[in-house]
Design a protein around this ligand. Structure first.
Ligand code: FES
Ligand code: FES
Length: 169
């Protein structure tokens, strides 16, 4: 049996430089969860359908089960663990999820929050229909979505009020 060579990659994860060698077939979600212990990124379907694994790659919402680690070589990756503010307080999008009781089991929540954060830079209006459409790639089996949509609308309003331009980081 031939052993596949490891390939060196370097990237920035939650503001910290990371350099390591991985098998070429390594998925980004596995790199995050298994090699970097960032288990806040959840793994649901593994087929790019549920959105639980959503992270930001260079600011864009990305399903990390659908991307090879090699494809993010040199990129900036932001996960739910990197979202809190410098003083340790929760990001406005996280606070909005709490205020609107936008989670039950919480499995979808990291992906929903990251998708919501990405909407700020995408220019998605903070209103229910636009947010619902933008969330079409993120599935929740518990909440019925109303709280999630309301939370994302409020989170977007806060992000835009406090960071003109709406950048996540
Ligand atoms: S685990 Fe990636 S979309 Fe479901
Ligand atoms: S809160 Fe349970 S899947 Fe969304």
């Amino acid at each position: 049996m031939s052993v596949k060579p490891l390939v060196p990659i370097s990237l920035q994860v939650n503001g910290r430089p990371v350099a390591l060698a991985v098998p070429p077939s390594t998925l980004l979600v596995d790199l995050l969860r298994e090699q970097l212990a960032l288990t806040g990124t959840h793994q649901g379907c593994d087929t790019a359908q549920c959105g639980a694994c959503t992270v930001l790659v260079d600011g864009a919402a990305t399903k990390s089960c659908n991307v090879l680690a090699l494809q993010v070589n040199g990129a900036r990756v932001l996960t739910i663990e990197g979202l809190e503010n410098a003083d340790g307080s929760l990001h406005p999008m996280q606070q909005a999820f709490g205020r609107h009781h936008a989670l039950q089991c919480g499995f979808c929540t990291p992906g929903m929050v990251m998708r919501g954060v990405a909407m700020a830079a995408e220019g998605v209006p903070a209103e229910a229909q636009a947010v619902s459409q933008a969330l079409c790639g993120n599935l929740c089996r518990c909440t019925g979505y109303r709280g999630i949509v309301n939370a994302v609308c409020e989170g977007l309003q806060h992000m835009r009020a406090h960071a003109p331009g709406g950048a996540a980081r």
